[in-house]
Structure formats: C-alpha cells, structure tokens
Design a protein. Structure first.
Length: 116
C-alpha cells in the first residue's frame, strides 16, 4: 500500500505518529507528549488513545515494541509503541500535504504571526 492511500490522516493520528517519530513511548507518555506538542489543546482519554493505537497498528503504521526499559525504571503493565518504516513514510506524506495547505493559506495572507 502506498502512504497516500491513507491520507488525509485524522489530526490525532498525525499527532501520535509525530510523537512516536522521536522514539518509542508507552501509552501515558504518548498522551503527555501530545498534550505538550499541541499546547494543551489536545487531551486524549485512555479509551480514545487505545482506539487510535489499534487503528494505527492495523494499518501497519506503528507496532508494539518488544524492548523494555530496565526493570527498576519500568512498570510491567506498560505497553510500548514504535513507529514503523511505513508509518514514517505516511507521516512524511501527510506533513507534505499539510505544508502545501499552509503555503496556500500563506499565499492568501490568511496566516498572521501573533504579536510578541
């Protein structure tokens, strides 16, 4: 399957893939990173997160990781997730799609930087 076949991504899917591009995360870490990345505007509840993770795994964009942190730094109940090479390609394709949309908005003077 080509990455373009999965576009456009849902915003929450994009955010999950984006935070996993930095490395493996457990569910709660993903929630925290998304909240930070979105400036607090996106807050995922556990049920919603695991629905998103399940969909991304079914589509081959992420996988559950076999690696674990050192035992003293880990909770054995945590599941860790990682971006797959295909997921990285989909993420890149979506980023390019969004970049083109932003350029179109900029060309129409619709984006103004906030005053500092």
């Amino acid at each position: 399957m080509e990455p373009d076949a999965l576009l456009p991504l849902k915003p929450v899917d994009f955010l999950v893939l984006l935070v996993l591009a930095d490395g493996e995360r457990h569910g709660y870490g993903i929630v925290q990173d998304i909240e930070a990345e979105s400036g607090g505007s996106v807050r995922l509840l556990p049920g919603n997160l695991y629905t998103v993770l399940g969909r991304l795994m079914r589509d081959g964009m992420i996988r559950e990781s076999e690696r674990r942190p050192a035992r003293e730094m880990d909770d054995e109940r945590r599941r860790y997730y990682a971006l797959t090479p295909f997921g990285r390609r989909v993420l890149g394709a979506e980023a390019l799609r969004l970049k083109a949309l932003v350029r179109a908005a900029e060309a129409r003077n619709l984006i103004r930087e906030p005053a500092r």
